[in-house]
Design a protein. Sequence first.
Length: 245
Amino acid sequence: MNGAESLARTLVACGVDTCFANPGTSEMHFVSALDRVAGLRCVLGLAETVVAGCADGYARMAGKPAATLFHCGPGLGNAIANLHNAKRAHTPIVNIVGDHATYHRLHDAPLTADTEGLAHTVSSWVRTCAGAQSLGTDAAAAVQAARTPPGGSATLIVPADCAWNEGGDPGIPLPAPAAASVTPVAVKDIARAIRSGSSSMLLLSGTALSERGLRAAHRVAHATGRNCGRRRRCRAWHVVAVARR
């Protein structure tokens, strides 16, 4: 098994089922692996901004990481605007970025770039694979990082020889840490503030912006008599939704 196939199999084992891609020559072995490995759907995007935007939207709606595939540092650079939006929203995305073979980088080819530097601007986790044998393990760590609350982009840079060389093994899925829970004391303090009669504001983010969260916020507003849906001036209750996870 080559590194590219171990990468694809690891993503499937970790629950990643969709990869939005704008590949180039450095990524062809991974593209081939996408055809061979069942359970990982590849969606082609004709521009990197489209790929990043699709991955952001898909991961937000599905509630699980999406994968992207970019061609070297310049491809990642083209996607940064929408990856920035995903970073601010704490969207779980696993970015796979191809690169020149490790022994070719010294020749400073036209697409050689500071890919790690670019990735750090929009990622909570960045790693460059060192060999086919570690690619599966690196992929499992990337998915774990993307799923770690509050969520974020994890970028795995894959030199071409790490993808085409034999000796790869699928990585073992890693558990993501649980999100911090709200203490009963904090809940009581919030309830006391809402019931005090003074101006109040609910700031919603993360899973609170899901259908379930918005319904819960509406129930709170209704139960406290501060529902702005009525045909009267709302004096004390404001609900502000912030598009941030």
